[in-house]
Design a protein around this ligand. Structure first.
Ligand code: PBE
Length: 307
């Protein structure tokens, strides 16, 4: 807005004064390399990304939070583009290869922070919340029906570093089941803590549901492998976020390790918390927000402008 006013003022004052008014330049013009500059020759990142945040699945908490941020920060005319986590990662990788500006809905742990130099945009209004935990939810009655699986799910707890190791290998082309099996083999001490007190079973079935986010692909396959080694016939079913919560709440699935709280899935938790059993955190220190490549000279969501 302010910029537009300056521009019309410059036009009114005419050419003779433009040298004095440093703010009047060719302004707001797309340059040939696809970036956009303001009157001071600084990149106008809002324009350069075409007022678009590259999102993921529309049902993801971070997607909804990004739409809320557009509202909270008055980013009129911006679009949060729905996509998939995989497509977002591809588009991000391409932008970085070409040194182009891009804003994505991001979260950590995630392998993208190991692979690329990225940063979260500051969120002074707190739209994306603070640090989160990833929690485990199971259906009611699981403790009686399958106490050994319940025990493992209850005791499953790992670190950001553990999850990153699994995620990175999968992102480099590893098959999730094989990567998980290798991790389980190499981390017998940790796995022994999760299985402490659980007995081997014979041919019992267990179904875990998840969403195909990199974080959840990693955790669900690791827990699935541990249960398999205990003798369970494990079924891992990928679903949409809301359907995943619903499936555990109505008892169609046995459990999930993909509940991001208190913020990201706060609405779903409120809706279903009375119908499921909350087994608490399986990972601490998770986070969501808007993420950009470190080469972008921008620090805060507040630096973005309405269209
Ligand atoms: N995520 C990954 C999910 C939770 C796990 C941040 C993409 C979400 O936004 O719902």
């Amino acid at each position: 807005m302010l910029k537009r006013k300056w521009k019309s003022l410059c036009l009114t004052l005419g050419l003779s004064l433009t040298l004095v008014l440093a703010g009047c330049g060719s302004g707001d013009k797309d340059s040939s390399d696809g970036t956009a500059t303001d009157g001071n020759g600084e990149t106008n990142y809002s324009k350069a990304v075409d007022y678009t945040i590259t999102g993921i699945e529309a049902g993801a908490g971070v997607f909804k939070a990004a739409e809320q941020a557009v509202e909270d920060y008055g980013l009129d005319g911006w679009e949060v583009q729905a996509s998939s986590s995989g497509a977002m990662a591809t588009v991000l990788g391409e932008a970085i290869k070409n040194k182009e500006p891009i804003i994505v809905t991001g979260w950590s742990p995630h392998w993208k922070f190991a692979k690329y130099d990225l940063k979260y945009l500051e969120d002074p209004k707190g739209t994306f919340g603070d640090e989160e935990t990833i929690s485990t939810m199971v259906r009611k009655g699981l403790v009686e029906d399958k106490p050994n699986a319940y025990k493992v799910l209850d005791q499953f707890f790992w670190t950001e570093e553990d999850m990153n190791a699994v995620m990175l290998e999968i992102s480099n082309g590893g098959n999730p089941s094989e990567v998980a099996a290798n991790w389980v083999e190499k981390n017998a001490d940790k796995v022994a803590e999760w299985t402490k007190g659980a007995e081997k079973v014979d041919d019992q079935e267990i179904e875990l549901v998840y969403v195909e986010w990199d974080t959840e692909v990693a955790s669900t396959h690791v827990v699935g492998k541990v249960l398999e080694d205990l003798g369970f016939k494990v079924k891992l079913t990928p679903l949409d976020n809301a359907v995943m919560w619903q499936a555990v709440a109505n008892g169609e699935a046995d459990g999930m390790v993909a509940a991001w709280l208190p913020g990201t899935h706060g609405d779903l938790y409120e809706e279903y918390k009375d119908q499921l059993v909350d087994l608490g955190a399986n990972l601490e220190g998770a986070k969501i927000g808007l993420v950009v490549p470190a080469y972008m000279d921008i620090d805060s969501i507040e630096d973005l402008e309405a269209k």
